[in-house]
Design a protein around this ligand. Structure first.
Ligand SMILES: O=C(O)CCC(=O)C(=O)O
Ligand SMILES: [Fe+2]
Length: 401
């Protein structure tokens, strides 16, 4: 069957992806920082899909590759990392460290706003953007120790929802004083700049990741002749993991793969991200000042016809320091049908997945979580994707690395 990406007649909207899967989520305790003990609803100890973190485990000496984009062998190294790990770190990526630091500082300000302020920007049950818990909480009986602010488009437009009306009316010194964190947020354009830089880097990285499979711009239907992606789409998350009184029993973000082409993640200098390596187990991703983590997403696994693996990853928490991470989820234009690229398909490599738009895939993910890829598989042998730890009612094979 032809696997050339097609353009559907009715353009799907990414923002509609969750319309038929509303989730009603809220923190049992809206201010996690006030807790001195871990409430039972946040205690993951007896969840069968949790295995101990490997942070500090001397038995595991492996670590995701660190790739210097100026290295003449970068293309091969990237291809190898995408096949074996589904993730790598990049250095010399061209994004100034000062911008990464400022973005982290803005994130810190946002989450340090009073709870009632943050709740003004609450994500609606069927929406994609706003403040709240990770949507994946709906697959588990325990709550993750984290807060998420999701942005599509202009970050400043989103931050305006946090704007306290009283302050607007009385701005100018006569009314109540806006919290310093809030002033910092609304006056800076750091996140707009961050998004712009991330878009440029994501395009560059996508071409490198595809280039390593011999895929060029002519092979990608939604790229123009210069390799630009006119209607590319992206989602930015600001994640906050407060310091936790019982980190060994809590879960910051449960194991999942990202539904993207690729994700670029900036973590502050507090480690927490872990990647599942087949045959090894959970491996901690050390912090690397100025470095960025790149994660292969489900859509790239589809495009590469299973050559690249969308890495299962999760975030653990710690006792002393709050942790922030800023993943930039990069995907194709909403209209694009993603399917195994014709160059990577042949008589001995039949297409493994049916064509799908990002929006449709997000809807499937909202229902099937980590089994979404398996559910759109059209060829059953040999199964490449790891069957993931998928909520309370599912098998636990991802943990058996
Ligand atoms: O915070 C992290 O390190 C991981 C975040 C993540 O995987 C996500 O937001 O999808
Ligand atoms: Fe993720």
């Amino acid at each position: 069957m032809p696997s050339i990406p097609e353009i559907s007649t009715v353009p799907p909207k990414l923002s509609d992806a969750f319309r038929s899967h509303p989730v009603h989520l809220r923190h049992e305790c809206p201010d996690l920082t006030s807790l001195k003990e871990l409430p039972d609803s946040y205690d993951w100890t007896h969840q069968h899909y949790v295995i101990p973190a490997t942070n500090g485990d001397s038995a595991i000496s492996e670590s995701i590759p660190v790739i210097d984009l100026n290295d003449p062998n970068a293309l091969q190294l990237i291809g190898h990392a995408c096949k074996t790990w589904g993730a790598f770190q990049v250095i010399n990526h061209g994004i100034p460290t000062s911008l990464l630091d400022q973005a982290e500082c803005t994130t810190r300000h946002l989450f340090s706003l009073p709870v009632e302020q943050k709740l003004k920007a609450s994500r609606l049950p069927d929406a994609l953007t706003g403040y709240g818990l990770s949507r994946s909480n709906s697959f588990f009986s325990k709550i993750m120790w984290s807060e998420v602010f999701t942005i599509i488009g202009s970050p400043l437009d989103h931050f305006r929802h946090l704007w306290p009306e009283d302050y607007t009316k009385h701005w100018g010194g006569r009314g109540p004083i806006a919290p310093p964190g809030f002033q910092n947020l609304i006056k800076n354009e750091v996140m707009e700049e961050y998004e712009k830089e991330m878009t440029k880097s994501a395009e560059k990285l996508m071409w490198l990741m595809l280039g390593s499979l011999n895929i060029t711009k002519e092979d990608i239907e939604w790229a123009d002749p210069k390799g630009n992606i006119p209607d590319e789409f992206a989602v930015l998350h600001m994640n906050y993991y407060p310091a936790c009184p019982n980190p060994d029993r809590a879960m910051g973000m449960a194991a999942h793969s990202d539904s993207t082409i690729l994700t670029i993640l900036h973590q502050n200098n507090t480690a927490g991200l872990q990647v599942l390596k087949k045959g090894t187990g959970w491996v901690a991703v050390p912090t690397n000042p100025g470095g960025l983590v790149v994660i292969v997403g489900d859509l790239l696994q589809i495009l590469s016809n299973g050559s690249y693996i969308s890495a299962l990853h999760r975030a653990v928490v710690n006792r002393d320091k709050p942790r922030f991470s800023l993943p930039y989820f990069y995907g194709p234009p909403a209209r694009a049908q993603v399917s195994p690229l014709p160059k990577l398909v042949g008589p001995s490599d039949p297409p493994l997945y049916r064509p799908i738009t990002w929006s449709e895939f997000l809807g499937i993910k909202a229902k099937h979580f980590n089994n979404a890829l398996s559910s759109i598989r059209i060829c059953t042998s040999p199964p490449n994707e790891v069957v993931a730890a998928n909520g309370d009612n599912n098998t636990n094979s991802a943990e058996v690395a």
